[in-house]
Design a protein around this ligand. Structure first.
Ligand code: FES
Length: 213
């Protein structure tokens, strides 16, 4: 069953129950997002906090990746409140992301670049200090290079690995120390990783990449 909703003044139709994020993207309306992935059947963790929108009747902005569309919904993707939230969340992510676009395998196909362009945000933080962790690049796996200093902690690689039946990577530690790593922090090449590349496909930035042949 289809419902009609309005996003930024544009009337669109979407299948009832579809998450608002996918309904918007399907209709050419970009909403920033990092942690949600369309191909996943499980609910997104809603952890990146970038897909905020205003919905009429809701007292505060809500995450579009967790909100199913409903008949008559009226959505604003860039109200002042939303823009402030997205800018603050993006700056926080970028304050801890090793910026090296020129040499990054994701250059030109990076969700961070897409968000910056769409929302006219700087990739380099303006208000927050840049805090690099300078973690070593792991190129021990057969086909994969993992640069944890570029990781945005969206968790998509973890879920892709699990859905592939591997569960080689997961989150470890908390706060600023939080990292995607292997069990026991061993290099990927010693972790049982079969270099299937699902984590690379899932990574929205350049943290996981294929080795150059
Ligand atoms: S995509 Fe919605 S919170 Fe990350």
């Amino acid at each position: 069953m289809e419902v009609t909703i309005t996003i930024d003044g544009k009337q669109i139709k979407a299948r009832k129950g579809t998450m608002l994020l996918w309904a918007a993207l399907d209709n050419g309306i970009y909403i920033p997002h990092l942690c949600a992935a369309r191909e996943e059947t499980e609910s997104p963790p809603a952890s990146c906090r970038l897909c905020f929108v205003e919905v009429e009747g809701y007292p505060a902005p809500v995450t579009a990746c967790t909100l199913p569309v409903a008949e008559g919904m009226v959505v604003n993707t860039s109200s002042e409140r939303v823009n402030r939230l997205v800018a603050a969340g993006f700056e926080l992510i970028m304050s801890n992301h090793r910026l090296d676009c020129k040499n990054c395998p994701a250059n030109g196909n990076c969700e961070l670049q897409r968000i910056a362009k769409a929302r006219k945000l700087r990739l380099k933080p303006k208000n927050l200090p840049v805090l690099h962790r300078d973690l070593p690049v792991d190129d021990s796996a057969e086909n994969i290079v993992y640069d944890p200093s570029k990781c945005v902690l969206c968790g998509r690689c973890i879920r892709a690995c699990r859905n592939h039946g591997q569960s080689v990577v997961g989150f470890a530690r908390r706060g600023f120390e939080r990292v995607v790593t292997t069990c026991g922090d061993v290099p990927l090449g010693e972790s049982g990783c079969d270099s299937c590349g699902e984590c690379v496909k899932a990574c929205p930035v350049g943290a996981m990449s294929l080795k150059k042949k």
